[in-house]
Design a protein around this ligand. Structure first.
Ligand code: PMP
Length: 317
């Protein structure tokens, strides 16, 4: 990974190499932490964070769900993102991935977590296309995972919690080892839930379909893509999708902050559509990039321009 200058830890800017924790950090053993994956894009007006407020809100909602009491306020975390990006002085012109994490620290062992100290850190580094530039253009090969998406009776799917990602990690591992690029997880009833870090969309006869969020994270990218589609006058349905419906759909793609809008060119060796990025996928992908790069004036308020003079004002600009 590409190192940056600083990592923000509990209010301090710490040199990247010094941003360390004790081996008896509670989260390291029992997996209770919540995090976000947020992106900042190089726009014509400099680096801008996309949907910073939504990501911070989801981080705090995740903490509430997993019974973690954050050690700092949401507004402090929001401002810390801006401070960190300014301090790191990213100069190469690459886009930035931001990873805030609220975790349980050193001083308490045992499963009962409530007395463990709470810490917050934010790291940011240069990171390109999560599923590759080639994937964005030509699509990726996906398999249906043998692993069921974390069921709602066992875990909290609305939380972006570290522990939830053991499931995703195993599904991703198996997919890559089997020669695929990503895994699609089904829910307990056999319906498509989500990718290991993405939400699913398919296109059938001009209608855009995405499963409800009953068995997926409430995705910020998914919501943006649905809004864009509706603005184009595309009919959008939120309903269950089976894996065989994906085999016969016209187009399919994944969405996520890291994955952006990535076409799926095959599922379980069945080519989707003509095996290339479909027309609707291309249209929505290009509209999404116009939004995040600040080229769509209607979405400018979703961007936090880190060099803007009013950047520290609460509630945006
Ligand atoms: N599902 C999972 C399991 C994820 O990790 C992500 C990435 N955060 C998503 C869906 C997509 O969410 P978002 O668009 O908010 O990044």
């Amino acid at each position: 990974m590409k190192e940056s200058k600083y990592i923000w830890m509990d209010g301090e800017l710490v040199k990247w190499a010094d941003a360390k924790v004790h081996v008896l950090t509670h989260t390291l053993h029992y997996g209770n932490a919540v995090f976000e994956g947020t992106r900042a894009y190089q726009t014509d007006n400099g680096l801008a964070i996309f949907k910073l407020d939504e990501h911070c809100k989801r981080l705090y909602n995740s903490a509430k769900i997993t019974a973690i009491k954050p050690n700092i306020t949401l507004e402090e975390v929001r401002l810390a993102h801006i401070k960190l990006l300014k301090a790191n002085e990213f100069k190469s012109g690459a886009n930035i991935y931001i990873r805030p994490l609220i975790y349980l620290g050193y001083g308490q062992m045992g499963v009962h977590h409530i007395n463990a100290p709470v810490h917050t850190m934010i790291a940011a580094w240069e990171w390109g296309a999560y599923l590759g530039d080639e994937g964005l253009e030509n699509g990726i090969k996906v398999c249906t995972s043998s692993i069921t998406r974390n069921p709602n009776r066992s875990t909290f799917g609305k939380a972006k919690a570290a522990a939830n990602y053991l499931n995703s990690q195993m599904a991703k591992y198996e997919a890559i080892e089997a020669g695929f690029e990503e895994a699609l997880m089904l829910d307990e009833n056999g319906f498509a839930a989500e990718g290991t870090g993405e939400c699913l969309f398919i296109v059938r006869d001009g209608v855009l379909v995405s499963p409800p969020n009953d068995n997926s994270l409430e995705s910020i990218t998914q919501a943006t893509v649905i809004k864009l589609a509706e603005e184009f006058g595309i009919k959008v349905e939120r309903r269950n999708i089976t894996r065989d419906e994906i085999y016969i759909c016209d187009e399919a793609f994944f969405t996520g902050t890291a994955a952006e809008v990535t076409p799926i060119n095959s599922l379980d060796h069945r080519e989707i559509g003509n095996g290339a990025r479909g027309e609707m996928t291309k249209k929505l992908q290009s509209a999404y990039f116009d939004v995040v790069y600040g080229r769509d004036k209607d979405y400018k308020s979703d961007l936090t321009y880190i060099n803007h003079k009013s950047v520290y004002k609460k509630g945006g600009y």
